[in-house]
Design a protein around this ligand. Structure first.
Ligand code: ADP
Ligand code: FBP
Length: 330
């Protein structure tokens, strides 16, 4: 039996239970999870993740394991504490599920003495080396529900500007994709100029052509570097000059954390299941130091050393379409 530890780290992502459930099915793997990310490893109360414990819960919105942000991996000393605790318990590998920050930690922990595998999980879909992250599709679907309802009220009561603010961290993928999928009029994303006056002029020009406008605004569309992940309310400051210029009140919805929870969509559940299946294979083949990824529609394993951390994670195809449609804040 291969003794394997698993943590989730950073923001939660719907579907991760499917990945864990799939991994727990493998009879050659003895799987243990720790609550609360890296801190949970030091708290050292492993939970045996057997198939019997995991089955029937893969589609739950509540994860098998709580996730968390932790100071530990930022220092070599912290990482050594994690490694030593796991080695003392004879773990052969640590599976880390998380976003772009957790990915850095996974690589460092691997290089410093503990085999790791990394599974991309974040609603932001901003992880280097993979087209897809667990949780993204469910979050998009939740946003699309909100857009659909807003479109109804926009049709019922014309003459209004609606602005829907969504999560996404430093990357505009959630805003970009939901604006395109939802047929919205503008996506304000951090990759483009967030100059308030320019945005207001663009909105004014669009309002001259349409009865109502629906704008999707990324949480990080700040015009300064002061943004911290999870800050909310940027749409209020963007709306102010729009209202002054157009004389129309902006009706705002800050979607916030509603989108991170809930039952996973089929896409999240099936991709997570595939990730679990390929993670088991990587463990049995001792193919460590890798990320399980989705690229061009296929599950792949990507060596940490092949990751280009300076690359953009914004979806370039969608960006091109949005640019051509003139629905970006540029
Ligand atoms: N540069 C880094 N070096 C080492 N560990 C990091 C780094 N960035 C993040 N981490 C670890 O990963 C955790 C999650 O990272 P964070 O960026 O908050 O979320 P996510 O992994 O979902 O992007 C952090 O709390 C920290 O424990
Ligand atoms: O829950 P917190 O700690 O406030 O974090 C909020 C951040 O988490 C996210 O929802 C997901 O981020 P990560 O998955 O990268 O951790 C971001 O969209 C948001 O900026």
């Amino acid at each position: 039996m291969r003794r394997v530890a698993l943590v989730t780290s950073g923001g939660d992502g719907a579907g991760i239970n499917s990945m864990i459930e799939m991994l727990s099915r493998n009879k050659e793997i003895d799987l243990y999870g720790f609550h609360d990310g890296y801190d949970g490893i030091l708290a050292n109360q492993p939970i045996h993740l057997t198939q019997a414990n995991c089955e029937n819960h893969s589609l739950d919105g509540t994860h098998f394991l709580r996730t968390a942000r932790s100071k530990l991996p930022y220092t070599k000393n912290g990482r050594q504490q994690i490694i030593q605790t796991l080695l003392e318990q004879d773990f052969e590998c640590l599976v880390i599920c998380g976003g772009s920050g957790s990915q850095i930690a996974a690589k460092q922990i691997h290089e410093e003495g503990m085999n790791t595998l990394f599974i991309p999980m974040t609603v932001d879909n901003d992880v280097i080396g993979t087209d897809y992250t667990i949780g993204y599709d469910t979050a998009l679907n939740q946003i699309l529900n909100i857009i659909a309802n807003t479109q109804s009220t926009a049709a019922n009561m014309p003459g209004r500007i609606f602005m829907i603010e969504v999560l996404g961290g430093n990357v505009g993928n959630l805003a970009l994709e939901s604006a395109l999928a939802g047929g919205c009029d503008l996506a304000i994303i951090p990759e483009y100029s967030t100059d308030r006056e320019e945005i207001a002029k663009k909105v004014q020009a669009k309002l001259a052509e349409k009865q109502s406008l629906i704008i999707i605004c990324s949480e990080s569309a700040y015009d300064s570097k002061n943004y911290k992940a999870g800050d909310q309310g940027v749409s209020f400051s963007i709306a102010e000059p729009i209202e002054q210029l157009t004389g129309v009140r902006v009706r705002k919805t800050v979607v916030g954390f509603y989108i991170r929870a809930g039952h996973p969509s089929n896409q999240d559940a099936i991709i997570a299941s595939k990730f679990g299946y390929f993670t088991a294979a990587a463990i049995l083949n001792e193919d460590f130091g890798k990320m399980i990824a989705m690229n061009n529609g296929a599950v792949t394993t990507v060596d940490y050393n092949d990751l280009d951390f300076s690359a953009s994670t914004t979806n370039q195809d969608l960006l091109e379409i949005a640019k051509n449609l003139n629905i970006l804040n540029s």
